[in-house]
Design a binder for this molecule. Structure first.
Ligand code: ADP
Length: 494
């Protein structure tokens, strides 16, 4: 026997001696042997328990052995039936074989003969079982492969990037939902068409067809191709799909959405353009003015006029220095690089210092600048003093700048729900509602009759807003044109 395993054997014979003899001999063959003395009993036992081998006497009272054989075969054709017969004739042998008997053993037989016949049957069963196991294993591997396949297709389906795969003729064999979404195709779009049925961009279609046809060698990637679809900016990358022997099976192309990056890039260009513009006009004025001064000096005339030109040039350089300073502050705030020097601050002391510092400017315009802190104590702040100086310095400077002669600027600080509320109120030009949100944008300046001759960078309020937000605070504006403006800053205490 190929494998040592117990096999159940049923011996069906009406002669007790034969039954008992068989049991004795077969037990030694690592078998569990049971017996039945007639056909009906045997069939009932087979229905109940599986017997891979049945030794069956053909001549028994009651049910005929041949009928029992037929019924056993009808129940389970894998059962090997070995016929025992006392009158072995060629006819009975042929008949039994026709009915599906596996082997034959004529009576009387000796133990060796019995063992040989049964061992042969056992070997056959072992081989059959091995073959079954192999088949099972194979089908399991196939099942594993198919779950692996479905896992990979689930991953491709849920990829955020669009994926399209073509065959060697450029026919689409696979598309994922992101591909349809990015190209604005209906979600029920099926593969099967030519690549140009899915992608309108001709250049990209050509490239995909070239890759599909094998015009790109393995590992070669097509140059990234940009395309615009429905206001979205997409980037396509394609590669050949190599077969086992390196031949090209088609192309795989991924599509990514880089709209956000593109917008960011545009904003950056706009910003650079604005900065260049803001820097160029004062610089060219200075340049011309210096040239005139130099000419005058050469001719030694108009010294008074030269003085005037030089002071205008100085004003412009001052403006440029302020602009560059503001730009640097802003980029520091945007990079999150402020607030290093956080310390406990008493707001009344700090605001007092700033107001005192700005007093001269207000006085030069005959304005009144005052700080009011009320009687209630103000909450202590945990902040970088430079940030607070920048916030309130900018707001007070604006109030002075955009308020006419003899105006009033009041800085008021109060405690409110464990927060510090500071208002900077002026009786100045005020701001038209249509400008009120925009003045917090970079470089935005109101240009009207009041502000025409006031120089500035348009960066002060964006800096203030950036700093306030970095401190988890809020800034609000109330303003009436012709009456004045109030900027309210609320900062968390502690
Ligand atoms: P800048 O003062 O350098 O122009 P800001 O960002 O500080 O830049 O201010 C933007 C614009 O908001 C100013 O150009 C001005 O038109 C307006 N503005 C700011 N503060 C006031 C104010 N207190 N009263 C009236 N207008 C103001």
């Amino acid at each position: 026997m190929a494998e040592s395993e117990t096999m159940r054997i049923l011996v069906v014979d009406d002669e007790r001696d034969i039954r008992e003899g068989c049991v004795r001999v077969l037990k030694r063959l690592n078998s569990e042997v049971q017996t039945a003395e007639n056909g009906n009993e045997a069939l009932a036992m087979i229905k109940d328990t599986s017997f891979p081998i049945v030794l069956l006497d053909l001549k028994m009272p009651g049910l005929d052995g041949m009928d029992v054989l037929r019924e056993i075969r009808a129940m389970d054709e894998t059962i090997l039936v070995i016929i025992i017969t006392g009158f072995a004739t060629v006819e009975t042998a042929i008949e039994a074989m026709k009915q599906g008997a596996y082997d034959f053993i004529p009576k009387p037989f000796d133990p060796a003969q019995l063992r040989m016949v049964v061992e042969r049957a056992q070997d056959k069963i072992s081989l059959m079982r091995q073959a079954e196991n192999l088949a099972l294993e194979r089908s399991r591997t196939l099942a594993d492969l198919s779950t692996e396949k479905s896992r990979i297709s689930a991953i491709v389906e849920s990829l955020p990037n669009g994926v399209v795969v073509t065959d060697t003729t450029g026919q689409v064999v696979l598309i994922n939902p992101s591909f349809k979404h990015l190209l604005g195709l209906p979600m029920d779009t099926e593969p099967g068409g030519n690549i140009s049925d899915y992608i309108a961009d001709e250049e990209l279609c050509h490239m995909v067809t070239d890759i599909s046809r094998g015009e790109y060698s393995e590992g070669m990637e097509m140059p990234p191709h940009e395309l615009a679809v429905d206001g979205k900016y997409l980037i396509a990358r394609g590669r050949p799909v190599p077969g086992e022997s390196g031949q090209c099976l088609g192309a795989v192309v991924t599509l990514g959405d880089f709209t956000a990056m593109k917008i960011f890039d545009q904003l950056k260009s706009e910003f650079v353009a604005k900065v260049s513009h803001e820097l160029r006009s004062p610089l060219s004025t200075i340049h011309e003015q210096l040239e005139m001064v130099l000419n005058d000096i050469a001719e030694n005339e108009n010294v008074r006029e030269d003085q005037h030109l030089l002071s205008r040039a100085k004003e412009k350089t001052g403006g440029l220095i302020a602009l560059i300073g503001d730009l640097l502050d802003l980029s520091r705030i945007e990079a999150g690089g402020t607030g290093y020097n956080v310390q406990a601050l008493k707001p009344d002391v700090l605001l007092g210092d700033i107001v005192a510092f700005m007093k001269d400017r207000a006085t030069a315009k005959n304005q009144t600048l005052a700080l009011e802190t009320g009687d209630a104590p103000l909450p202590e702040l945990q902040a970088d003093p430079m940030a607070l100086e920048s916030i309130f310095g900018n707001l007070i400077a604006n109030a002075i700048n955009y308020t006419g002669e003899k105006g009033t600027i009041t800085v008021r600080a109060v405690a409110e729900d464990n927060r510090l509320k500071v208002t900077v109120a002026d009786t100045g030009f005020g701001i038209d509602p249509r400008h009120q949100e925009k003045i917090f944008e970079k470089f935005y300046r109101v240009k009207d009759d009041n502000t025409r001759y006031i120089t500035g960078t348009g960066l002060g309020l964006p800096i203030v807003k950036g700093l306030v937000e970095q401190m988890n605070g809020e800034i609000h504006l109330e303003s009436t044109p012709g009456k004045g403006s109030t900027f309210r800053v609320i900062l968390p205490a502690g």
